[in-house]
Design a protein. Structure first.
Length: 366
């Protein structure tokens, strides 16, 4: 009795896979040298397919359900094993469970930038990334082409292959679409559908796989191009730089009254003179365009001076600010100055426009 119990223990009578993983595609039922008993119970749960492999050949496949194994539901295996009238003894066969449910939250991305000729930017490099889900469509093809004799086959063994396939298909799709880089975002949904169809055409028949979902999450520019776009956007937000300067001058007027002293008065006079000049130019332009005869052109703007003090550059300074700096002794004959039209920095005493204001040089100290 003990011998028969031992023999029965070496025979497999229940074959099932309790799948507690999320990314396992194929799992081989461990036999441990045991044989499958005639009439054994096969349990295939929802989202699974059981495939029998005997003598290195793929035999019968079972959809979800509860089966009692016999020659009537193992026709291919019976033929390969030469059972003409059924079998009464145990038999050996490898059983692979293939998961047919979707594996979600998988990532893809371009390994290298994609070179394109863009109508706005010319030659440009783009990167892209997104998500996709994977599903085994034909378990027999998957076993034959990818799994082989692996006991466990997970999605991480496919990620390199799929990333390369999706990246190549995406590069070809962008080249054919001829969509400007700045217009790609509004076409993500349409491009995602087209990309999914392209990838499925490459992996369906060859590997027995399906991509139920594929999405383009982002297409990005190189860092230097993004910085240039940010600068261009900032210029568009500022709009008319002349109006922006007027706004800045008007905003600074309350602060000028707090400066006090000759410097504050000089700055106030300079700002006021600049605003008066701007108003004169505006009214002069209106008269020129509105009147029949027109008027004389507006006077040239006053010179704006730049002063170097102790290695620090100040400016531009208007006439009033420069006068105040000379009066306070901050601008002397040896102070370096520059204004438009000068070849370079020069001492103030060598500039005719300033030499008369500086007065005679002080006598040498004794």
């Amino acid at each position: 009795m003990g011998l028969f119990a031992k023999l029965r223990g070496e025979l497999i009578d229940i074959i099932e896979w309790v799948d507690d993983s999320r990314h396992t595609l194929v799992w081989r039922f461990p036999r441990y040298q045991n044989e499958i008993k005639n009439g054994a119970q096969l349990i295939v749960r929802p989202g699974q397919v059981a495939v029998f492999v005997t003598q290195g050949k793929i035999a019968d496949a079972f959809e979800p359900g509860h089966y009692e194994l016999a020659t009537r539901n193992l026709p291919i295996l019976s033929t390969l094993a030469g059972w003409k009238h059924g079998f009464d003894s145990p038999f050996k066969s490898e059983v692979y469970f293939v998961s047919t449910r979707q594996v979600t939250d998988l990532k893809w991305g371009t390994q290298n930038p994609i070179m394109l000729r863009d109508p706005d930017f010319g030659p440009i490099r783009l990167r892209a990334f997104g998500t996709y889900s994977l599903k085994a469509r034909d378990p027999k093809v998957l076993l034959k082409e990818l799994v082989g004799t692996d006991g466990v086959f997970a999605t991480d063994e496919l990620e390199t292959l799929l990333r390369a396939t999706i990246g190549a298909a995406f590069a070809e799709l962008l080249a054919k679409s001829q969509i400007a880089a700045l217009d790609l975002a509004q076409n993500y949904a349409r491009l995602s559908d087209q990309l999914r169809s392209e990838v499925i055409a490459r992996i369906d028949d060859e590997y027995g796989l399906d991509l139920p979902q594929l999405a383009i999450v982002n297409v990005s520019f190189p860092e230097e191009v993004e910085k240039a776009l940010d600068a261009r956007t900032s210029m568009g937000v500022l709009g008319d730089l002349g109006r922006f300067q007027q706004y800045q001058v008007g905003k600074s007027l309350p602060e000028l009254g707090k400066a006090g002293g000759a410097a504050g008065e000089g700055m106030g006079l300079g700002v006021g003179f600049a605003m008066a000049q701007q108003m004169a130019r505006n009214f002069g332009g209106a008269a020129t365009h509105g009147g029949a005869g027109g008027g004389p052109p507006p006077p040239p703007p006053p010179a704006a001076w730049h002063v170097a003090e102790a290695g620090v550059t100040h400016g531009p300074l208007g006439a009033a600010e420069l006068e105040a700096a000379i009066g306070e002794g901050r601008v002397r004959g040896d102070t370096l100055v520059w204004t438009a039209g000068m070849a370079g920095w020069a001492p103030a005493s060598s500039v005719p426009a300033l030499a008369a204001r500086l007065g005679p040089p002080p006598p040498p100290a004794r």
